[in-house]
Design a protein around this ligand. Structure first.
Ligand SMILES: NC(=O)c1ccc[n+]([C@@H]2O[C@H](COP(=O)([O-])OP(=O)(O)OC[C@H]3O[C@@H](n4cnc5c(N)ncnc54)[C@H](O)[C@@H]3O)[C@@H](O)[C@H]2O)c1
Length: 302
């Protein structure tokens, strides 16, 4: 794929990692953030990641931090936004961006769950607007969900899929703009049942995680649920569903157990306790374990 000029809006956890992936793929990237400290540290964070991963450190030279939004997007062929998860902020930014770019420049949001339709509704050229949902950390987790709205052109979807595939990602096309797209719907359907099991006294939080990590979690990276259903047979899957599904939690909102944790200030690692208690050492060990696992998966080409 020809090299493009890419603008990344937001230099936080996701934005700097997305910029890194595109720069490593040979594209020229400008990055903008309204917070000076975030913008000023973007290049050094990218360089540290490149060093840690053993990737080509000269890629950072293709990333240009830019303190002016119009200038950052002015020459771009493609713009991806990764600012805070705030609908009003995203809508306002895209309207500003649209004033500064060519009408054919594709505009993408990296929102986690907000429908793209809501973010892009105020644009004049909505056919070039779409969602690209990356996963953290962007340089280690392969998936990017490419989400079209009812307005998005097929050409914009196809070009965006090619751009991400050529940068080494695994893009998939999400055909309807539903909250949470595909990945977060699946993830949070599982989390709801996990919380319900604890709420209903069936097991504790540690046991929930052990059950998953020591059983189907082991297979998930190489065996998707629907492949698994075909493997065991759709007839067996149907029989299991007839017994189990009527008993699963289907609360339409957040579960009271989770509401109570938040109300009690048990916010997870940042407050030292959530579903479980976490010392600083345990937190560091878990973060390092996840990173090592993802690096190994990437290096082994999994
Ligand atoms: N963290 C994740 O695991 C993850 C995964 C997928 C998608 N996302 C989504 O990506 C987006 C960014 O998340 P993050 O985790 O990188 O957040 P973050 O807080 O690390 O970064 C957000 C950045 O936006 C900047 N910002 C705030 N207002 C701005 C403005 N007006 N103009 C420009 N920059 C502004 C902040 O200074 C900050 O650097 C969110 O929509 C989030 O839902 C996050």
């Amino acid at each position: 794929m020809a090299k493009a000029r890419i603008a990344v809006i937001g230099a936080g956890l996701m934005g700097h990692g997305i910029a890194q992936v595109f720069a490593l793929a040979g594209h020229h990237v400008t990055i903008y953030d309204s917070v000076k400290a975030s913008l000023d540290s973007a290049a050094s964070r990218i360089l540290t990641n490149l060093k840690d991963l053993g990737d080509d450190q000269s890629a950072v030279e293709r990333v240009r931090p830019c303190p002016d939004l119009a200038e950052a997007v002015g020459d771009a062929d493609y713009v991806v936004e990764a600012v805070l998860e705030d609908l009003a902020l995203k809508r306002k930014l895209f309207q500003e961006i649209e004033q500064a770019v060519r009408p054919d420049v594709i505009l993408a949001s990296n929102t986690s769950v907000i429908p793209i339709t809501q973010i892009m509704a105020g644009l004049e050229h909505r056919e070039r607007a779409l969602g690209t949902h990356w996963w953290n950390p962007p340089y280690l987790v392969p998936l990017v969900e490419v989400i079209g709205t009812d307005w998005t052109s097929q050409a914009a979807i196809e070009w965006t899929i090619r751009l991400h595939a050529a940068a080494g990602k695994t893009p998939v096309h999400v055909k309807k703009d539903v909250p949470g797209f595909v990945g977060n719907r699946l993830q949070h359907a599982l989390w709801r049942e996990c919380i319900a099991l604890v709420q209903n006294g069936i097991c504790d939080a540690e046991t929930v995680d052990t059950v998953i990590k020591a059983s189907f979690g082991r297979r998930l990276a190489v065996l998707g649920p629907l492949e698994n259903a075909d493997l065991v047979g759709t007839d067996l899957t149907l029989a299991i569903h007839k017994t189990v599904l009527p008993d699963l939690d289907r609360t339409p909102g957040a579960l009271p157990y989770l509401e109570a944790l938040v109300a009690d200030g048990k916010l997870g690692m940042k407050s030292g306790e959530g579903f479980r208690k976490w010392t600083a050492g345990e937190q560091a060990a878990l973060r390092s374990r996840v990173l090592q696992h993802l690096k190994q998966a990437r290096d082994s080409g999994a």
